[in-house]
Design a protein around this ligand. Sequence first.
Ligand SMILES: [Zn+2]
Length: 346
Amino acid sequence: MKNEHIQRLINRATARLPSARGEAQRNAQADLEQRQAASTILNPNEVSGEYDGGRLLQTSLRGALRPITQKDLRAFQSNVTNLKKKFIGGITAQGVIDLALDADKQRANTEIRVAVPVSLRGPLVHFITNAGPDSNVTRHHVHVEFMDFEATVGASANDPKKIGKAVAQGRLRFDCDCGRHRFWFRYIATIGKYNYGRAETGYPKIRNPKLHGVACKHVLRTMHVILKDANTQAKIAQQVIKARAALDGTKLKADRTKAADVRAHAAEQQAKRKSSTNLKTTAQKQAANAARRARESMKKAAVEKAKEEAKKPSANARKIERNARTLLALGAITQEQFNDIMKNAK
Ligand SMILES: [Zn+2]
């Protein structure tokens, strides 16, 4: 996508910021009402066997849409069991990036450039991101709750950088107001116990019957920012320091970021935008580190070899020495002359 196009998306996302909080609340309310009115939800008791075939609910498991069978329900149950095993111990920002689908990571890299905290209250951070190029909204709201916040409040580190990093690398819960999160991933987040906001208990039998993936492009960009953005980590650290002083993090008042600061932060993220701000999985980080170490050790070996070479007389010098020794042995030159030749040969 062209930069001016991206810039337009970012400008739209960061316009009318005072309405961001109300907008997020209205979206959550509309989502809840839509869910309450839905009549084709496959409920947990039905997944576990109490399903009445007369409901004629459909699934896309194995391709085309068709009515759900008992065999499907058994497949759903086993998908849920596997999912629960996968998320024992919660999820971290890096874990979200590691488990995300390639398609979602690709979209996060190309379409979603900024994720900026607009409000923080203790462990809870409200981020806004730009919307994608085909979206009919101006921005998305991603809420993140840091689960290890309280532990960090009680910890001894006083360096804001260390505090920010510790919280950012810890476990978290999240939510996004986009359709991809609501209809594909919120159920997975609920089963995995890392959903923030309302739970989703209806199996995604049509959109995501195999329960693949973990997060939308907005959440993925936000996770990258949590892990890498010093400005965001500093804001998180400030909340820890405030909570230490207040002794009760739940009584903190929300810190709203000034509109001008939100825009400056977004501009800073956009300016830094290059391939190094692409999402990186643990495997990619490890591969990059291994490649760097290999380059460093090759460089070191080359330097050592050059040093060794420098100590040795060069091939040419050895040839001169051989000839000079012959001349010396023949008495054609004196020892003094030999010494002179060797001094110049090196
Ligand atoms: Zn989203």
